[in-house]
Design a protein around this ligand. Sequence first.
Ligand code: NAP
Length: 294
Amino acid sequence: MSGESPFLVLGGRTGLLGQALTRALREAKREVLPVGREDFDPYDQDALRRFTERQGCRTVVNTVAYTAVDLAEEEPDNAFDLNERLPRLLGLSAAREGLRLVHFSTDFVFNGAKEEPYTTEDEPNPRSVYGQSKLAGERALFEAAPEQLAVIRTSWLFGPGKRNFVETILNLGANRPKLTVVADQFGSPTYTMDLARNTLRLLDAGGNGLFHLASCGKASWCELASEAVKLADLTCTVEPIPSSGWPQKAERPKYSVLDMGKFIALTGHTPRPWEQGLREYVFQELGLPNHRDD
Ligand SMILES: NC(=O)c1ccc[n+]([C@@H]2O[C@H](COP(=O)([O-])OP(=O)(O)OC[C@H]3O[C@@H](n4cnc5c(N)ncnc54)[C@H](OP(=O)(O)O)[C@@H]3O)[C@@H](O)[C@H]2O)c1
């Protein structure tokens, strides 16, 4: 351990990204305290203060969120409670206690009308309750204005520790001759372990403010599914369909690739392409055999 204060990761025990951050911090020999509901209620500001004081934490990483994108259309109050009210409380606590706060947001704050990567300067215009609640959370945090605050928008996560799109596709693909997958929504699939390692790079570089951070590159859901099926050597075919062929309650952006120029300029590091993260996930984490011998 480096002797620095431990990182507190809210959602670090069970969340898709929280678990990756916990692992990446440990990999980097940093002390990390992953917490879940059983440790303390994240809304309880006194409990947070007692915990950070007792453990000597100076950095709080929040991955707790309402992430059920479609259900949020039916439960807007619940979505705003976790995605706006909680970050506001965390921001107020961080400002009061002088803590550094790291929070994650989403590409779904954009409406998808652009055809080139979204920068942090682009005006958000979310089309779903989830996107609106996440944007409200960003704004609440910048209002609460802790001195050291990083808000990181990311996109299309896959990785170990929790069910995600890639795992779902591989499970379905192992049992079905054919899958149909949406081919007219484009984003940046992002490997959680790469996002976690790059988050640490950002923090080590002293990043404050709003950042976009994902894996490099662009894909449709269909392209991501096809690549996963190919790596896993499954025989099922993946057929493209339009969004209209897969009706969902929440509207998704047609295009939400994130421009990471600000992160790259600060850290000097360019995230690796999503395809490389997918290979690490499929072969090293899921343990599938690599028949391609490369
Ligand atoms: N997943 C994506 O594709 C994606 C894309 C873009 C941005 N993001 C953003 O990235 C961040 C992390 O997302 P994720 O996919 O890792 O989320 P996730 O897997 O759904 O994890 C959410 C975490 O929040 C915890 N949580 C939920 N409600 C809670 C409550 N009332 N009290 C305490 N803990 C609670 C969950 O604990 P339990 O397990 O106990 O419920 C879990 O640990 C979020 O801010 C999300 O908006 C995600």
